[in-house]
Design a binder for this molecule. Structure first.
Ligand code: DO4
Ligand code: MG
Length: 289
């Protein structure tokens, strides 16, 4: 099943979509307003999120599935977002080329321990139909389309689409500037929904396409697959949670498989569209922050 958080005129709502049908779970039980509420109920009752949702469907109002993408907001308000880096060969190569210290990236790509870094708080994370940010003090900025693992108390409960918007000029100047290249206002986007882990099945075999448009013209369109990831989602999660008490809800981005050519930088007003199989399309405009 897929889960959407909707901003509504009257009240927020958690909507479950199963194939072409969608249901407002909050109408069935007003205590289930968010995906975290659903995951909490599943945790307490030792069921899956889909089992809890199925138990609510009979009493739930149906919802027009066609309205979901327009009204979708962040599918979860994560306590924290972390990200893995250099998990695809293309990312390792791009960073080697941009950096004065290329060896650190090859060592991480080939090493047992992945690069896992803090990416965003909820306050820096936007959802679909909102603007992502590029820094005003950066000259080279890119979107990073990534599969996002949704965790409830450290367990994988679903997957979403993420955009790890990054400054290549700041990271390229010195790897120790990474936190500034990665963490700033509107640096992260997630959505449009969460697909349950049961419905995703094999997360290491999902196609992904990113399209960037400027003034209606397509400047970039490429595809990749999570099959190219050098480590599994489970391995990345295990390093994130190692000796680290994780919060109730977290999203772990799993690294970018798509890198625009070196002469490309994002600009105010660009439109970034990231599609991942079995999840959906995350679309954001770009603003300078
Ligand atoms: O090493 C820097 C960050 C890498 C990253 O964000 C990625 O590979 O997606
Ligand atoms: Mg990234």
């Amino acid at each position: 099943m897929q889960y959407y958080a909707l901003a509504g005129a009257e009240r927020p709502a958690l909507v479950a979509r199963d194939e072409d049908d969608a249901f407002d779970l909050t109408s069935s039980n007003p205590k289930v307003e968010t995906f975290s509420d659903l995951a909490r109920a599943a945790d307490i009752t030792n069921q899956s999120v889909d089992d809890v949702a199925r138990g609510l469907l009979d009493e739930a109002d149906s919802f027009p599935a066609d309205d979901l993408s327009e009204r979708a907001r962040r599918p979860v308000v994560p306590d924290e977002v972390w990200a893995a880096g250099v998990t695809y060969h293309i990312s390792e190569q791009a960073r080697e080329a941009e950096s004065g210290m290329p060896d650190v990236y090859l060592d991480v790509y080939e090493g047992e321990r992945p690069e896992i870094f803090f990416k965003a708080t909820a306050s820096r994370t936007v959802g679909p139909n909102e603007a992502v940010g590029i820094r005003g003090d950066s000259s080279w900025d890119v979107p990073e389309p990534e599969l996002g693992v949704v965790l409830y108390r450290g367990d994988i409960v679903g997957y979403t689409v993420g955009n790890d918007v990054s400054s290549r000029s700041i990271e390229g100047e010195n790897p120790l500037y990474l936190p500034q290249a990665k963490v700033y206002d509107r640096c992260c986007s997630i959505g449009p929904c969460i697909t349950s882990a049961a419905d995703i099945g094999d997360a290491q075999n999902l196609g992904m396409t990113m399209t960037i448009e400027r003034d209606g013209e397509v400047l970039y369109e490429e595809s990749a697959s999570t099959a190219e990831m050098v480590k599994s989602c489970e391995e990345l999660v295990s390093y994130y949670a190692r000796h680290n008490t994780v919060p109730e809800t977290a999203v772990l981005l799993t690294g970018t498989a798509l890198v625009p050519s070196d002469d490309f930088t994002l600009q105010e007003g660009d439109d970034v569209r990231i599609e991942v199989d079995d999840i959906g399309v995350l679309e954001n405009t770009v603003t300078v922050v």
